[in-house]
Write a protein that binds this ligand. Structure first.
Ligand code: GRF
Length: 193
């Protein structure tokens, strides 16, 4: 698996911790790629012993992914739209801080507050060629409180993101292993890239 980040990388860290604790069978985090050279998440990834690299454009990202051939690519706070060829060639997941299809795009938590929503949450979905579109894998609903600020709501949603993203990776890795076992006629415990 490869994780794409642009900043803090707390979702990336939640996935790495889950993998390293053995909570996501048959998955290893092989590489973290950032489009921001000094993203704090890169330091976090290195602390966990994961190789990192920075890319400067989407062409370079496409080339790196072709070399690495990951089974799963997780966008975790990756603030770039990935080009269509990447979502066609790879299984790409994304996390978004709302109950999609509500509040796609930037400032999802602010959108929920401005809309007087009673509930928001987070969504992990397969990425397709759109922005925050693509089949939904898992969602976690979070109440919006009357006194919420963008910060307090973001924090409450983020806690659930850290639960839901590793869970979604586990589901997708399981699906890939089952599909592979059907094709090869072998067991479902093939180690994934
Ligand atoms: C998260 O809220 C995620 O849903 C959104 O960007 C934020 C990234 O946070 N796409 P982090 O870098 O994982 O800490």
């Amino acid at each position: 698996m490869v994780i794409l980040i642009s900043g803090r990388g707390s979702n990336m860290e939640a996935i790495i911790r889950a993998v390293q604790a053995g909570r996501i069978p048959n998955v290893s985090v092989r590489h973290v790629i950032s489009n921001v050279a000094d993203a704090p998440g890169m330091e976090t990834a290195r602390r966990h012993g994961i190789e990192c690299s920075a890319i400067s454009d989407m062409g370079e990202l496409a080339t790196r992914l072709r070399q690495l051939k990951p089974d799963i690519v997780c966008m975790a706070g990756f603030m770039r739209i990935v080009p269509p060829e990447i979502v066609r060639e790879h299984t790409v997941l994304n996390i978004h801080p709302s109950l999609l299809p509500m509040y796609p795009g930037l400032h999802a938590q602010r959108q929920a507050l401005e809309d007087d929503a009673k509930w928001s949450g987070c969504t992990v979905h397969y990425a397709d060629e759109g922005v925050d579109t693509g089949p939904i894998i898992v969602q976690y609903a979070v109440p919006v409180r009357p006194d919420d600020t963008e910060e307090s709501l973001s924090g409450r949603i983020l806690e659930k993101e850290h639960v839901v993203y590793p869970h979604a990776v586990m589901l997708v890795a399981g699906r890939i292993a089952r599909e592979r076992a059907q094709v090869t006629g072998g067991g479902a415990s093939t180690r994934q890239r």
